[in-house]
Design a protein around this ligand. Structure first.
Ligand code: ADP
Length: 554
């Protein structure tokens, strides 16, 4: 028997209509660095999204599922693109502005982007690449920046001004009826190994994921809140926030290109957001800034941290400032919300921290299993560690094959029965809380035992004189691999290797203690602000690090 329910497609168009009418007075505030921030209501975003769709269709001839890319900071215009492009039936491709130029060119060509919307301040990045971007026919420039950089763009590319294109266009658009399974947006993984891989989100996956983001057990924000969206719109759709807030009317505060700790502190003080989302690196930087120069951040009740493990010391530091950190785990392939660490009912105050420091609990939309080295499924007993595999309506089932190829499912990323292999190793408790011990490729395999690089880092980062610490596996004649600890000291700190090692010795098993140590000026970061351990391993292999081996010293 089939149901008797209406089969209404779940689309980004629905979110746009809802947000721009029912929550028409909610606002996107974009930081401008000087003077008044730019303020735009969701109703205006709706009208301008319609104008943008007209410009793309009528002036530029964008049709069908053609790809329209954005090379933009987080700002109101980027939100307009987020809704206009999928709602007209085209595919939004958010470009990671921190990718190395050759990778950026690779993804534009692979996705066959016909149009690129770019912030003027990013023209120095785009302009020299244009001759290598064969599919790009149109560039639309928005915001301040030197247009003359595009002078040599060549006859094959037409350059437009965003505001000029929108001016005078109708403020409504006859949005097409779309199939909810159609592509709405795409995002490439950052290609830590091999070429980047394209994940294509459907209207349906975006819609369902947005509902999950909004649940009280996830971010649980309402139209009383303002969210400071630091996580870039090119980093897994800013974790789904722009879509989620159009459902609920949460206001957005967008930092544009002002992502340094000082302007972030300033915008928190003056715009008083109640929530913010970003990777740990941003929170570390902000903490140092607030320590050096305290600001009023009392408006911030809750921050969502994900993208890499949240060091316990960081969570505690924000607790002291009255800001509740909520830890979450996800990937480009998981839209990204995979787990989120809300404390379960019925636990005592002394147990809360234990739960908050896990990667979190699986929501109903994400099924999970742990797979052992022999392919066996492991119990959820909080002890058996294996690779995490997931499946669900907002989890990727394949990667985009490009114009020529078919979508593909590499065996190291997808199981035979279609689950996503996350490459993350961890344990799950009976009540569904995930604790990641490492990424499969970062775990340190020392004499048949596994050492978690993340737990050594967490302990080190709790040292009062340590700003950041990254631990990687390095080859060792006796043990196969041993940990190398690279440490960034806080300004003016004087801790030495013996002191750091003794500090660790009180906290981890003796056989896990690193022998090799290096003080470094900064931990190298990936394009989305995570520790880039591959770079540290290479620096070590190339002898670029000044390593002290404590075991040599007896
Ligand atoms: P990339 O693979 O290029 O880093 P993603 O942003 O998709 O791009 O990264 C997903 C990975 O980030 C996860 O597989 C996991 O290893 C890591 N990650 C994300 N959130 C967390 C977290 N809260 N704790 C630990 N690791 C995390």
């Amino acid at each position: 028997m089939l149901s008797t329910m209406q089969d209404v497609p779940l689309t980004v168009t629905r979110l746009l209509r809802h947000g721009s009418t029912i929550h028409g007075t909610s606002q996107v505030t974009t930081w401008t660095g000087e003077g008044e921030p730019q303020r735009r209501s969701y109703a205006e975003i709706g009208s301008r999204a319609a104008q943008l769709a007209h410009a793309l269709r009528d002036d530029l001839g964008v049709d069908g599922d053609q790809r329209v890319a954005t090379l933009m900071w987080n700002n109101a215009e980027h939100v307009e693109a987020y809704f206009a492009i999928p709602a007209m039936g085209a595919v939004l491709h958010t470009l990671n502005l921190r990718l190395p130029p050759e990778q950026l060119a690779w993804v534009v060509n692979h996705a066959a982007d016909r149009v690129v919307l770019v912030n003027g301040s990013l023209l120095p990045l785009l302009a020299p690449l244009l001759p290598h971007l064969a599919p790009v026919e149109h560039v639309i420039v928005s915001g301040p920046g030197d247009r003359s950089l595009l002078a040599g763009a060549g006859a094959s590319v037409q350059v437009h001004e965003y505001e000029e294109l929108l001016a005078g266009k109708p403020e409504s658009y006859d949005w097409p009826e779309l199939d909810e399974r159609q592509a709405a947006a795409m995002c490439y993984t950052s290609g830590t190994t091999g070429d980047p891989k394209g994940v294509v989100y459907s209207h349906r996956s975006i819609y369902l994921h947005a509902m999950q983001v909004n649940m009280a057990q996830s971010m649980g924000l309402t139209d009383h809140d303002t969210s400071l969206v630091v996580v870039p719109q090119f980093h897994v759709n800013a974790w789904g926030l722009p879509h989620a807030v159009f459902m609920t009317g949460v206001n957005m505060l967008m930092p544009d290109r002002f992502l340094q700790p000082a302007p972030l502190a300033e915008m928190i003080e003056s715009e008083r957001p109640s929530h913010a989302a970003a990777v740990p690196t941003i929170w570390q930087g902000l903490l140092a800034e607030l320590t050096a120069k305290p600001r009023d951040i009392s408006s911030m009740k809750q921050v969502t941290i994900g993208g890499s493990a949240c060091p316990p010391a960081l969570m505690e530091a924000y607790d002291k400032l009255g800001v509740q950190v909520c830890h979450a785990w996800g990937m480009t392939e998981t839209s990204p919300l995979g787990t989120i660490a809300r404390v379960p009912a019925g636990v005592g105050a002394d147990e809360e921290m234990g739960y908050r420091l896990t990667q979190g609990r699986f929501p109903a939309g994400v099924e999970a299993r742990l797979v052992g080295p022999g392919g066996e499924h492991l119990p959820w007993d909080g002890e058996s560690a294996g690779e995490l595999e997931v499946r669900g309506p907002w989890i990727a089932g394949a990667y985009y094959g490009g114009a020529a190829g078919e979508d593909f499912r590499p065996a190291d990323k997808f199981s035979e029965d279609g689950w996503l292999k996350t490459g993350d190793v961890g344990v799950i408790t009976a009540n569904g809380y995930l604790t990641l011990t490492d990424r499969a490729k970062d775990v340190i395999k020392s004499g048949g035992e596994w050492i978690s690089s993340v737990s050594l880092e967490n302990e080190l980062m709790a040292h009062p004189e340590v700003a950041e610490a990254a631990v990687v596996a390095v080859p060792d004649d006796k043990w196969g691999e041993r940990p190398l600890a690279t440490v960034v000291l806080k300004e003016g700190a004087s801790a030495d290797y013996d002191a750091l090692r003794s500090f660790l010795a009180e906290r981890v098993a003796k056989w896990q203690l690193p022998e090799r140590w290096a003080i470094i000026p900064a931990v190298p970061k990936t394009s989305v602000g995570k520790f880039d351990k591959k770079v540290i391993r290479r620096q070590y292999a190339d002898g670029e690090l000044d390593v002290t081996n404590l075991s040599d010293q007896g």
